[in-house]
Design a protein around this ligand. Structure first.
Ligand SMILES: O=P(O)(O)OC[C@H]1O[C@H](OP(=O)(O)OP(=O)(O)O)[C@H](O)[C@@H]1O
Ligand SMILES: O=c1cc[nH]c(=O)[nH]1
Ligand SMILES: [Mg+2]
Length: 213
């Protein structure tokens, strides 16, 4: 599994404000979108393209355009929704599928409560969005669903990752038949005893959308 942690001061600057407990939900939502757009620049570096012949006002030339089928973007509800707009701003022709997952706060095991993905993902390039890679259980399950449906190139994008989550993902999907890449805005220190990323930013879903019941 390839892990990409772009070294960019604007990413670090925006992440600092995102982490700050004084940042309110509207600002948190705007920063999450902006960070996603910056990470999307890296995550889509190898988006699939094909040659495209055009004519400029001066001369014919050959450029490139996105290949069909277009990439599939999959935000993991709830918190991944906060990254969706930032991604489709750069990839407006992408299709969007949804996975709803919630981590059981006692066992830290992910529970899937919604699944709205195309049945057949053969030959598809897929971008999975979730701001937090903590134990890595939710992202690993999401990637397994995508692999079962035939996805053949998967990029997971998160804002923060714990070393434990990266190690779990490596173990769980690192030897998958298709390439799996993780793009993360930062790699934090560790998980605490209740499975939160340290220093982290708290519960991303709650900070985006308010307290969950
Ligand atoms: O790596 P893991 O240990 O699996 O934890 C990460 C998951 O936890 C958070 O979701 P949460 O369960 O809080 O749901 P929410 O998005 O509805 O808040 C986060 O958005 C990830 O999906
Ligand atoms: O730190 C964490 C861990 C899991 N989910 C979150 O939203 N934050
Ligand atoms: Mg949450």
């Amino acid at each position: 599994m390839r892990v990409i942690n772009p070294d960019h001061r604007l990413i670090a600057h925006k992440l600092t404000y995102l982490r700050d407990e004084r940042t309110d939900s509207p600002t948190f939502r705007r920063l999450a979108e902006e960070l996603m757009t910056l990470l999307a620049y890296e995550a889509t570096r190898e988006v699939r393209v094909e040659p495209f012949a055009i004519r400029t006002p001066v001369a014919p030339t050959t450029g490139i355009k996105l290949s069909n089928p277009k990439p599939l973007v999959v935000p993991i509800l709830r918190a991944g929704l906060g990254m969706l707009e930032g991604m489709v701003r750069l990839l407006p022709s992408a299709e969007v599928g949804f996975l709803g997952m919630q981590r059981d706060e006692e066992t830290l095991e992910p529970v899937t409560y919604a699944n709205r993905l195309p049945e057949d993902l053969s030959g598809r390039q897929v971008y999975v969005l979730d701001p937090m890679l903590a134990t890595g259980g939710s992202m690993a399950d999401a990637i397994h669903y995508l692999l079962e449906r035939g996805a053949d190139d998967i990029t997971a994008v998160c804002l923060l990752a714990a070393p434990e989550g990266i190690a779990h993902l490596e173990e769980s999907v690192g030897t998958a038949a298709c390439p799996v890449t993780l793009v993360t805005g930062a790699i934090d220190e560790r998980l605490n005893e209740v499975g939160y990323i340290v220093p982290g930013l708290g519960d991303a879903g709650d900070r985006l959308y308010g307290l969950a019941q």
